[in-house]
Write a new protein. Structure first.
Length: 80
């Protein structure tokens, strides 16, 4: 029977680099949002994710994201 624990909890070392990179991107997103006075809704619209997703990123409830969301976030940060 499969474990109820997530894949990340079963193999934490495997995703350590991705998790650190995602934290760095979110820290950069927070700085940009403060500097340019972006709302969470504006960020969600630009990146192509839901408002709740952006809220989870910024409050630390989500430690990772889908690869395509991370790529869109990188593109957004690079263009601003």
């Amino acid at each position: 029977m499969p474990s109820a624990r997530s894949h990340y909890h079963r193999r934490p070392g495997r995703y350590a680099f991705e998790k650190q990179e995602f934290k760095r991107l979110i820290a950069e997103l927070k700085r940009l949002a403060l500097k340019k006075d972006y709302s969470q809704a504006q960020i969600a619209s630009e990146v192509g994710v839901s408002l709740m997703t952006v809220n989870h990123w910024l409050t630390g409830h989500s430690l990772m994201a889908q690869r395509k969301s991370i790529e869109r976030l990188r593109t957004f940060l690079a263009s601003h």
